[in-house]
Design a protein around this ligand. Sequence first.
Ligand SMILES: Cc1cc2nc3c(=O)[nH]c(=O)nc-3n(C[C@H](O)[C@H](O)[C@H](O)COP(=O)(O)OP(=O)(O)OC[C@H]3O[C@@H](n4cnc5c(N)ncnc54)[C@H](O)[C@@H]3O)c2cc1C
Length: 477
Amino acid sequence: MTRRSIVIIGGGVAGSLLALQLTRLPGGPWPLDVTVVEPRPRLGPGTAYGTNRPEWLLNVRSAGLSALPDAPMHFADWLQRRGLADCPHGFCSRQTYGRYIESLLEPALAAPAPNGVRLQWLNTRAVAAQPLLGPGPTLRVQLADGTFLAAHTVVLALGNYPPALPVRPATAYAHHPRFHANPWQPDALRSIGADESVLLIGTGLTALDALVALRADGHRGPLLAVSRHGQWPAPHSPAPVTPYPNYYATHVAGLRTVGEVLRVVRQQMAKGEAEGYNWRAVLDALRPDLGRIWATWPEAEQRRFLRHLGTRWGNARHRNPPQNAAVLDDLLSSGRLQVHHGRVRYIEPRGDAQLAVRLSRHYVSTELTADHVVLCTGPQLDYAQLTDPLVESLRAAGLLVPDSLHLGIVTDAEGALLNAAGAASDCLYTLGPSLRPLWYESTAVPELRQQAANLAGVLARQHAPGVALPGSVQLAP
Ligand SMILES: Cc1cc2nc3c(=O)[nH]c(=O)nc-3n(C[C@H](O)[C@H](O)[C@H](O)COP(=O)(O)OP(=O)(O)OC[C@H]3O[C@@H](n4cnc5c(N)ncnc54)[C@H](O)[C@@H]3O)c2cc1C
């Protein structure tokens, strides 16, 4: 059988887990050549886990972070084997998780996988992709060094882009040496002096990371944080909670308004708490069905959810390790950290050493100044605004369509991109955070590992329909 070529653009967790699942396909031999294009110095860790800061922790306990949906204790066992099991409260460093993901691909990079799949990593960036005419490969991917790859399928696993600038058009502030636009960059924040003042834009998990990093660097200066709601992520409970056994997603899935869903969730929370369950467990019981619930809502309801509940939902759902919560409590109770509510209206340099940030709330405007401003508003996922040349090339060709809620890319239920005419591609797929229009929750490892397994099944069936699967083994739907 002729070999087929799959190119995965982006080798963070999502792209790497897809490659891993392809090398684990049962049966075979599978005539697949898989190439991952990733410009970072390591394949696997990506934006979240490629950090050089050991103080940045996972926001999920290790027991929930296996890379493999069919082996729930895989990460916990990996830690155990390396004598790393002692993560306080069960929350390990993101660095450690990065090493785990990286280690998973090492065998298949060294030699063809037992199922016949061959894997290679190209340490460069993709800058464009165009359709090819005629028989054979259907897409041509242009790399930053000017060379090309021919592919039967291209998967976009582009992940998390740095935060969007809060004031546009970006004026002088965006290039000011004391404006930190990408807090995830290696050594970001290290230039901040111990006694200098710092203003954080955002009060989510990234702002908490910044506070933890500043503390680790010995920072003692004043801290300000600004956001529209001034709310922080809820802390995880110090010990794992008992899972809530009541399956109530079926009551929720048929409801077509946010208000109705909210009512059922609140009722279940009251019931669960009366029975002695933690509210977190009641909320987590919905997790496997969140995508189905989101997809039931018409666009107007999805928009309403984002406007009125998105931040509160995110803060309750994506929680903060107890260690980080303790740092936050300490900074707030000591008065070192002041929180201001409002929308950022402008940012202006005040000479070389300071920046001014103007906020407005209920027609009241406030100006704050600080020695450093750190942008902590979370990943940019508005594909209409992204200036990545690859995304621009696909957008311009009508092959990639940003969704109207600015969450990601328009696709069908398998992750195939819909083109400008609404037709599903048979050669261009995506997974990871770009699938938020489909699932809304499409960011954390538990969602990504399942997407990777599902997409590997789709691609195997597409490229090798005649290859036998052993006995009763079924590929993921
Ligand atoms: C700071 C942070 C912390 C997080 N912490 C947790 C956590 O504790 N627990 C949890 O469950 N989830 C966490 N998440 C969420 C989740 O795990 C991440 O969203 C996940 O890592 C996403 O993986 P990804 O591969 O889709 O994206 P990324 O990790 O962003 O990887 C995408 C990769 O694509 C590459 N790329 C982009 N454009 C191109 C191009 N043109 N050519 C080639 N390569 C390209 C980039 O270099 C990048 O490495 C966190 C997310 C962030 C941002």
